[in-house]
Design a protein around this ligand. Structure first.
Ligand SMILES: Nc1ncnc2c1ncn2[C@@H]1O[C@H](COP(=O)(O)OP(=O)(O)OP(=O)(O)O)[C@@H](O)[C@H]1O
Ligand SMILES: [Mg+2]
Length: 330
């Protein structure tokens, strides 16, 4: 069934509860997650370890059944074969049989996708070349680095030329160069019009990649929306480095810090680092002149995704257990 509109993936109050151990204790891995991914968009699904990312992805791929809520994949149920055929999936830790070669892995996957021999023969070397594995096409995977294996995983996810790519932690375990390469590749795929849904806990890595983010903590959404909105681009703050005059330091400081919304972040000798709302900057510059101080530096600052993530989701105590988030989901 074709999608009715541009909604490629819709989760409506998705929930998944596992029962574990002898007593069947409930683990609520995913709680009421709702989101929409539109055609051509890229969505970062973020959260610390154990927050429910992989569980959600498994539900989307119909590998496990949700306990509650609904999923629409290309307007259909996720178990719909035609909808599934339009998805390329990269699992969290792709595992391949050591003694196979990339060409053999891809040939096998291609057969599973129902690609005919001629298409496989044409597409497989082309994809491996594109992923920088042309030279290793006929080498056994046991000699491959983590980055190379990840690229084999990405190649297999692209074999059927899918519209939607679902990647679970595509950058994890890669060195900085590998991360950059995979990130660039994902950006390229996105510019080709593919929709991306990928999970991560390496936030700075994905900041440039996604249009929207959904941040999870203990299975529940704690923040979601357009990245620019979440990062409060409209409420920019500024930072000023100001040197107070030696003969008038106290009065100058009182004048500057008396402005609305000004906060002292640090003081080293006569140098003050202030944080202030951007609309107070004109008032600050006037006060600097009046106080005979020197403005050494003025910069705009915005909340980074890392800060947002920590603020919204991650509260780890020293033993690695998550502490209670005040006001967070129970
Ligand atoms: N098959 C399962 N049986 C019981 N509990 C499970 C099962 N799969 C996941 N869980 C639990 O569900 C919660 C979410 O796990 P999930 O793997 O979805 O998290 P994640 O966000 O992908 O974490 P990570 O960043 O470590 O990959 C965890 O508490 C986990 O222990
Ligand atoms: Mg996971």
């Amino acid at each position: 069934m074709a999608e009715q509109n541009d909604d490629i993936l819709v989760l409506d109050k998705l929930g998944k509860t596992f029962r574990v151990g002898f007593w069947g204790k409930k683990v609520q891995a995913v709680r009421d997650v709702s989101l929409t991914l539109k055609r051509g968009e890229s969505l970062g699904y973020l959260g610390p370890n154990g927050s429910g990312k992989t569980t959600s992805i498994k539900c989307i791929l119909s590998l496990i059944q949700p306990t509650s809520g609904e999923i629409r994949l290309f307007g259909a149920d996720p178990s719909d074969a035609a909808a599934r055929a339009r998805v390329g999936y990269l699992p969290e830790a792709p595992y391949f049989y050591d003694y196979l070669k990339p060409t053999e892995v891809l040939d096998y996957v291609g057969k599973l996708y129902g690609l005919d021999a001629a298409t496989r023969k044409k597409r497989i070397p082309m994809l491996l070349d594109r992923l920088g594995l042309g030279h290793a096409m006929d080498r056994e995977l046991r000699g491959f680095s983590k980055g190379m294996l990840q690229r084999v995983g990405i190649a297999q996810s692209l074999l059927s030329d899918p519209d939607l790519l679902i990647y679970d932690e595509p950058l994890s375990g890669l060195d900085p160069i590998g991360r950059k390469e995979v990130r660039e590749l994902m950006a390229e795929l996105r510019s080709e019009g593919k929709s991306l849904f990928f999970s991560s806990h390496v936030l700075t890595d994905i900041e440039t990649l996604c249009d929207a983010v959904c941040i999870l903590d203990r299975g529940a959404v704690v923040a979601q929306g357009r990245l620019a909105d979440l990062l409060r681009m409209d409420k920019l703050e500024s930072e000023a480095l100001i040197e107070l005059p030696a003969d008038n330091a106290d009065a100058a400081k009182a004048l500057l810090t008396g402005l609305p919304g000004v906060e002292v972040r640090e003081q080293v000798g006569a140098v003050l680092r202030l944080r202030l709302p951007t609309d107070v900057v004109p008032g600050l510059t006037a006060a600097v002149v009046e106080a005979r101080a020197t403005l050494r530096e003025l910069s705009q600052r915005r909340e980074s995704l890392e800060e947002l993530f920590v603020q919204k989701a991650v509260h780890m105590s020293s033993d690695g257990q998550r502490a209670t988030t005040p006001g967070g989901p129970a």
